[in-house]
Design a protein around this ligand. Structure first.
Ligand code: FDA
Length: 394
């Protein structure tokens, strides 16, 4: 006879919250994790302050803000347990929060407060750390979970082992293996919300700009992201690039406007009218970071005094700044990716309970599912919503 109503695999965002919610409903749960500490990604997220949700998320914009083969799959869970509901939980826990921008909510203090709150809300002995899950099999009744510490049995198993990003802090990809072992399809997975890297010849030009951050408009695969861009020693990063990376496929290019919403020709013309004798590079350095201006001028081949350059002659320089076509060669990979795009195919899962339709009692929640949010608190909200949805049927 099993002593648990459910075994939850993974004590990350989704697993911890699922355990807390199920325990609050009087269910007997055990949460297993191979890591020494629970909720590591909650702890390190948002620069230690955890962007725990996004209050601009609505039923209408959700299909756009989550990548999935079926962008409507997440709606059921997201609309039954919303950002508002999570804010209420955070407030009840006495954790102060604030909005940074664009609906992104962060804690005022350290994110580990939420992990501590979850751990305190779990019944004694319900959290077992340092236990590596190896496999899940069907048993005569329910399931048997094979672990480094022996076998556990329960009528329900909730797979909350996350994706492949940041193996250093516990990511293993085990959830995909469990899904496949039960005949469930796993969509192609790739690193998302990740810096992109350049080929050597492009790096030779951009690496000296490493550290420069500026507002940009990045276009990729019919998507447009208006956020900060950061030049790095390997290529590009910053929120605009992280967002674009989730849509970027190898071989594709990005189109980047380094002065979004501005008319650089008009701005240069205004400088020319005032001080035409200055070099175009000096003029551009009044409008963009100086080193960037140097590189843009060198690459565009537009040089000389501003007074000698017509608006038309400035064209190549402005188009290099505002219509920069660049083809990254790769990404920094799972080592630094914030998420894994792709996962357990949604068609196999019940959107309301996250239970595998063909395997009653087996649920997949959080990042292991083929639901990947934009940057800005969407991934944690998916973890909370999907965890809550599964907890209602434990
Ligand atoms: P999560 O990865 O949290 O948990 C999975 C757990 O399973 C881990 O504890 C792991 O140790 C365990 N596990 C794996 N294999 C196992 C095995 N074989 N046996 C036992 N245990 C096993 N999102 C957001 O909305 N706002 C933000 O600010 C950020 N910031 C951020 C920063 C960084 C650096 C990263 C890497 C990620 C983010 N994210 C984010 C994304 C967010 O952290 C992520 O989407 C959620 O943590 C996913 O929650 P899960 O519970 O599904 O997986």
């Amino acid at each position: 006879m099993s002593t648990f109503d459910a075994i939850i695999l993974g004590a990350g965002a989704a697993g911890l919250f699922c355990g807390v919610e199920a325990a609050a409903r009087g269910r007997r749960v055990v949460v297993l994790d191979h890591a020494a500490r629970p909720g590591e990604k909650i702890r390190i997220s948002g620069g230690g302050r955890c962007n725990f949700t996004n209050q601009s998320l609505t039923r209408q914009n959700a299909p756009e803000r989550f990548l999935s083969e079926n962008p409507r799959f997440a709606l059921s869970a997201l609309s039954r347990f919303t950002a508002r509901d999570m804010i209420a939980r955070i407030e009840a826990a006495g954790i102060p929060w604030h909005e940074k921008h664009s609906g992104q909510l962060f804690f005022d203090g350290k994110a580990h407060r939420l992990v501590e709150h979850f751990c305190a809300a779990l019944p004694e002995g319900a959290l077992r750390l340092g236990v590596a899950v190896e496999a899940v099999d069907r048993a005569a009744e329910g399931f048997v979970v094979r672990t480094s510490e022996g076998e556990l049995r329960a009528p329900r198993v909730i797979v909350a082992t996350g994706g492949k990003s940041i193996p250093k802090i516990g990511a293993s990809g085990l959830g995909y293996k469990i899904a496949e072992s039960f005949g469930l399809r796993v969509t192609e997975t790739r690193p998302g919300l990740v810096p992109l890297t350049f080929a050597e010849q492009d790096l030779a030009r951009t690496a000296p700009l490493a550290g420069i951050s500026l507002p940009a408009r990045v276009r990729v695969a019919k998507r447009v992201f208006d956020e900060a861009l950061l030049f790095t020693h390997r290529g590009l990063s910053g929120p605009a690039i992280l967002q674009a990376s989730s849509y970027w496929q190898p071989g594709e290019g990005l189109t980047i406007d380094l002065a979004p919403g501005r008319d650089l020709v008009a701005e240069l013309a205004a400088i020319r009218a005032e001080t035409g004798r200055i070099a175009v590079q000096t003029a551009l350095a009044r409008l963009l970071p100086e080193k960037l201006a140097q590189v843009l001028v060198a690459e565009s081949g537009v040089s000389g005094r501003l007074a000698d350059l017509s608006n038309r002659a400035l064209g190549p320089l402005v188009s290099r700044a505002q219509d920069w076509q660049i083809r990254p060669v790769g990404s920094e990979g799972y080592r630094t990716a914030e998420v894994t795009v792709g996962g357990v195919a949604t068609e196999a899962l019940d959107a309301k309970t996250l239970e595998a339709k063909a395997i009653p009692g087996l649920h997949f929640i959080g990042e292991v599912v083929d639901v990947t949010g934009w940057l800005g608190g969407y991934n944690f909200q998916w973890a909370w919503s999907s965890a809550w949805a599964a907890a209602q049927v434990i």
